[in-house]
Design a protein around this ligand. Structure first.
Ligand code: OAD
Length: 235
């Protein structure tokens, strides 16, 4: 499955939980995934945070701590290596809130659903890099208020980040590759259609067919650590 990148000028890659699965992080919807063991409405909505901030902090603190015991895998590394050597435009959009693409060395990277290693003050808006647990006792470094700090994660019902930049890139790309995502959550699940409208070739690399699989131009199924290094090779 060696792709011919010689006529490709602009690539958008979308990744989901499947790319981090072989690093040891749970997906959301596979058997025993995060949404099997937690209710979305208890931990991943603004209402949940208002109702029970301790429970929401506990969920994201546990996931943040888990980052200490995982490392980027061959798929994360292959994307970073490809970006470094590709002469055209390359944008990596991830739905993942882990930092594995960052640690692998990806540069033009958007975390559209936020980042576990960031907090945001709901009062003054400051975004801070964090490695520690958050709680209702956390104090904002800028406005000094207590109880206003939340994980900088996009919850259900909120607008994903950097959408203008993403749609711009989709409207100009000639190749769109979706990796390790089930295609259940919009707007990310609709990106391939935007890319298609722009005339791009659309490719899915995943363990199982996603919701939109039949509309992609080409699909390859297997493990991300095998498919991604195989696909993203330059001569
Ligand atoms: P899902 O859990 O919905 O889907 C994970 C996908 O990865 C599935 O299609 C699997 O087949 C595939 N997969 C699993 N292991 C893989 C492997 N080793 N190699 C390749 N593919 C593999 O996760 P997402 O699609 O990322 O949003 O979920 C999208 C959003 O839903 C998340 O960002 C999160 C969640 O609710 C928010 O929390 C806002």
């Amino acid at each position: 499955m060696i792709a011919d990148f010689s006529c490709i000028h602009s690539i958008v890659v979308l990744t989901g939980a499947g790319i981090s699965a072989e690093s040891g992080l749970s997906t959301f919807r596979l058997k025993d995934g995060l949404w099997d063991n937690h209710k979305v409405e208890d931990v991943a909505t603004p209402e949940a945070f208002r109702r029970n901030p301790d429970q929401v902090h506990k969920f994201y603190n546990a996931r943040r701590r888990q980052l200490n015991s995982v490392v980027p895998n061959a798929a994360h590394r292959a994307l970073a290596r490809f970006e470094q050597h590709f002469a055209g435009n390359f944008l990596l959009v991830t739905q993942n809130v882990d930092d594995l693409h960052d640690r692998a060395g990806s540069k033009n990277l958007i975390h559209m659903h936020g980042e576990l290693l960031q907090s945001r003050c709901t009062d003054c808006g400051i975004i801070e890099k964090i490695v520690y647990d958050l709680s209702t006792e956390s104090v904002c470094v800028r406005c000094q208020r207590t109880g206003t700090i939340r994980p900088n994660i996009v919850w259900f019902g909120e607008i994903p980040l950097a959408m203008e930049t993403i749609y711009d890139a989709l409207s100009q790309c000639d190749l769109f590759v979706s990796i390790g995502t089930s295609g259940n959550v919009y707007p990310a699940a609709g990106f391939f259609q935007q890319a298609k409208m722009a005339g791009a070739q659309t490719i899915e690399l995943n363990l199982d067919p996603s919701e939109g699989a039949s509309s992609f131009d080409d699909c390859h199924y297997g493990l991300a650590t095998e498919l991604v290094p195989d696909f993203f090779q330059l001569p």
